[in-house]
Every structure is written in C-alpha cells, then in structure tokens.
Design a protein. Structure first.
Length: 474
C-alpha cells in the first residue's frame, strides 16, 4: 500500500468516525418525553374509574347490567378514530417534525377531555372520547418512540424506553388520584357547592387534566429540540454506522470509501483487502414496501396485534368487571375502590420496570416478550373467575382478595409492550424507515384497540344477561 493511499485511508476513516448520523443523545430528551407521557396518560385515562357510573347517570344505559355494551361502544368508536390518525401522524412527523405531532397530541387530549366532563349524552361521550383517541395518547407515544429512535443507540435505547414506559405507568397511577380527589366536588368541597358542579360532577377532574396538557405544550416548546432528519441541522454521515438508534440494518451492505481506497491501489495485493464490509442503509430500504413486506416485520406486526388485543381487552374489562355486582361475576366495587385498584396496578407495574433492563439484557427482548405475554394471558384468564369466587365466599377476608388481585397485577406487568417496542425498532432497516415502521406498528395496534373493547365488553354483558358461567365466559 502506498503512503498516499494509507494517508487517504486514515483520513477517510477518521472523518467517517467523527460524523454523527443522528442528533446527540441527551437524557434531557428522556426527561421531557417522560413528562409528556405522564401528562397525556394521566389526562386520557382519568375517566376509567367513573365512566361506567357516568353512563348510568346520564341515562345512556337503562340498567347497570347493560353498561358493558355502551362502554365498549364508546371505546370502539373512539379507537377507530385513533386508528385512522396513526399512520398520517407518522407522515406528519416526517414532513413537519416530531414536535408538531406532540403538540397535536397535547392539545387534542386537553380539548377532548375538557368537553368530556361536560357531556350529557351518549353522542357527546363518544365524540369527546374520539377526539382524545384521534389526537391523544397514541400520537404522543408514536412521536416519543420515534424521537428516542432518532437520538438513541443500542447502548441506551433499552434504558430510555424503560424510563418512558415507567412514566406511562406513573401517569396511570396519577389519573385515578385525579378522579378520586376531584370527582363530585359539590358534595365534597364547599367552594364548589353550586348548580354547575352538581350538574357536572365529573367536570373538575377533566378540567384539571386538560390544564396539565396545556402546560405540557409550553414545556415541549422550551425544552425539546426537533429531531426529525428533514427538520434539524445536525450533520449526517452518508454511510451510517451499524446501528441507527435502535435500528439494525443487517441485511444491507455496501463497500465503504475506506475499502474502495484500498481496492483502487494497484500496489495492494489481493490478500490485503479487508475481510469485512461496513453495513450501510440501502436506498431500497427507504421505501415503504421493503418495510412492510419483510417477513420478520410481518411476524412482529401479527404478534403485536395479538398482544395489544389481549392487553386492551383486559384493560377495558377490568373497570367494568370491578363495577359489576358480585352476583353477576364482578366485585361490586365503588368508584373510589376502582380508582385505588387502578393506581395499585400502575404502582406495581411501575416498580417492575426497574429490573426490566436487567431481564432484557439477560434473556433478550424476544424471549422475555414471549414469556411475559404467555403469563399475562394465562393470569388474566384465571384471575377474574377466581377473584369473584373469593368474593362470593362468606368467610373470605378482604385482605386475601386484595393480595390475589395484587398477584394478578404482578404477573401482568412484566414488560411485554416494552419488548415489542424494542423489537420493532431493531427491525427497522434504515433511519428513514423508522418513523414509517412506527406508524405501521401503531396502526396494527390500533386495529386491535378498535376490536377489543366492543368484543370483550359485549361478550361480558352477554354472559351476565344469559348467566353463562356466572359472567366469567371471557
């Protein structure tokens, strides 16, 4: 090898190593995105403890036994609107930036939740819930995952996803506290003893959640930088490294400039050519068809749909099942008790996120996902009938019922969603395909979210009215 070629090779390798293919990772990104998820999740989910009672209060359901159908109808229609905006949201994130989608999520959640507390008809509940789902948590989560993919790498992506997922659980913990502390203010606080608050007993928690989301808009504007490739000025290398954030384009290889410099030196013998080639993103990987038709991605999408259908089914079923009288297969719990149960579930699942990174490094995302999903499905199928049986037992202590419910929450919080997010990001064939893949995966999850509530809650209502397995046919 001639000295000139060696010098050229050294300069190419040095320049290639100094250029960064993405914005620099900072933990401030994770902190801001975690606060975003807390605000959006806490606001959008604060209706779960009282939505069934609210349906009865406004006269939408003729009796408590038929609440399941109307509750499922609200969630299903709203989920369809959420599904319709997922993939357009990923396109907007590419064209106009990630922050634009985050602003839409915060404002949509704030507006929809504020009017939800004022609704007096079934149509009003459906319309407001649809606004929340169309411009709310799913867009916020998609944008969050995409931003983390823009700035993270294999060394910190797992910890970043765990932190944001923990904030999601923290939002679930806070939302029932909002509901329990602020619902029915006219009968609890003398400052709110007025006809308006008596006519709208659930408006105050909804207003409080909306205010939090509006504050989040200011936080995002001041503290979060734009990370979309087309919307920031960060230098980008022409030949990406092996890992883009959490993406791993293992199937696309192209000879790097350093290798070409050696190959063009006539004095270099063939045996001195490097044996390894540097992987780079192939232009074909930027096209949507390559992302969609990859066999691995199709398998992941199918598995994610199954996982989300199961998750949403039992998430939607739990408040209704706890609200249902014991004689009909439920627990007969009050609004405050349901809120406490939801908070306890969030606390347990939040604590389980602590060792998630350790288990993910030990078992791998794929094996941990398969284990956690299997345990979750089995636990959910057996826990509800057993808990109702315990509640029916005359001498059964409330302590043992709560302990059994806590065991169910532990078994259902082992991180299947975090594993799915990591596997999806690892499967992205290129940096430019990451946002598209996130949009596709969220669309598939949206299909499961659309189907799960109406199917699950309608079957539950049918089992109650028909007295099939004491309401435990699910």
């Amino acid at each position: 090898m001639s000295p000139g070629t060696a010098e050229c090779l050294d300069s190419d390798v040095e320049a290639h190593s100094l250029l960064s293919p993405k914005p620099k990772f900072r933990w401030m990104f994770v902190i801001v995105l975690s606060a975003l998820m807390i605000a959006v999740t806490a606001t959008s989910e604060l209706t779960w403890p009282f939505i069934n009672q609210m349906i009865v209060d406004i006269g939408a359901a003729p009796n408590p036994q038929s609440v399941g159908f109307y509750s499922g109808l609200i969630e299903t229609v709203a989920s369809f609107f959420g599904f319709a905006t997922i993939f357009p949201g990923s396109v907007v994130a590419d064209w106009y930036g990630r922050k634009t989608v985050i602003y839409a999520a915060l404002l949509g959640t704030a507006i929809g939740q504020a009017f939800f507390g004022l609704s007096k008809t079934l149509f009003g509940l459906i319309a407001c819930r649809s606004i929340i789902y169309a411009l709310g948590p799913q867009l916020a989560w998609s944008a969050t995952v995409t931003v983390l993919g823009d700035v993270s790498d294999d060394g910190n992506h797992g910890a970043a996803i765990s932190a944001v997922n923990a904030s999601y659980r923290l939002g679930q913990l806070i939302s029932p506290i909002f509901s329990a502390a602020l619902a029915h203010p006219a009968s609890r606080y003398k400052w709110f003893n007025s006809p308006f608050w008596k006519d709208h007993p659930y408006a105050l928690p909804c207003f409080a959640g909306s205010t939090v989301c509006l504050g989040g808009v200011y936080m995002i504007e001041c503290c979060l930088a734009e990370t979309a490739p087309a919307r920031n000025d960060t230098p980008r290398v022409e030949y990406p490294k092996v890992s883009y954030g959490s993406t791993n384009p293992t199937n696309n290889f192209e000879t790097a400039p350093a290798v070409m410099a050696i190959a063009q030196d006539e004095a270099a013998p063939p045996q001195m050519f490097p044996a390894t080639l540097e992987p780079v993103a192939h232009p074909a990987a930027y096209h949507l068809g390559v992302v969609w038709y990859s066999p691995r991605i199709i398998q992941l999408l199918l598995s994610s749909w199954i996982m989300y259908f199961i998750t949403i089914s039992f998430s939607a079923l739990f408040p209704l099942w706890a609200f249902t009288p014991i004689t009909n297969g439920g627990l007969g719990a009050s609004e405050n008790t349901i809120g406490i149960y939801i908070s306890a579930r969030a606390i347990i699942q939040f604590l389980l996120l602590g060792p998630f990174a350790y288990f993910e490094n030990w078992f791998g995302a794929t094996r941990l996902y398969a284990y956690s999903l299997s345990v979750y499905a089995l636990s959910s199928a057996l826990s509800f009938p057993l808990l109702n049986l315990m509640a029916r037992s005359p001498g059964m202590s409330l302590f043992w019922i709560n302990a059994a419910l806590g065991a169910h929450f532990i078994l259902s919080g082992l991180g299947n969603y975090s594993c799915m997010v990591m596997m999806m990001n690892q499967a992205a064939p290129s940096p430019e395909a990451l946002s598209q893949l996130v949009g596709i995966s969220q669309s598939v999850l949206g299909i499961g979210q659309c189907m799960a509530p109406i199917v699950t809650l309608s079957v539950f209502e049918f089992s109650i009215k028909s007295d099939v397995l004491n309401g435990n046919v699910l």
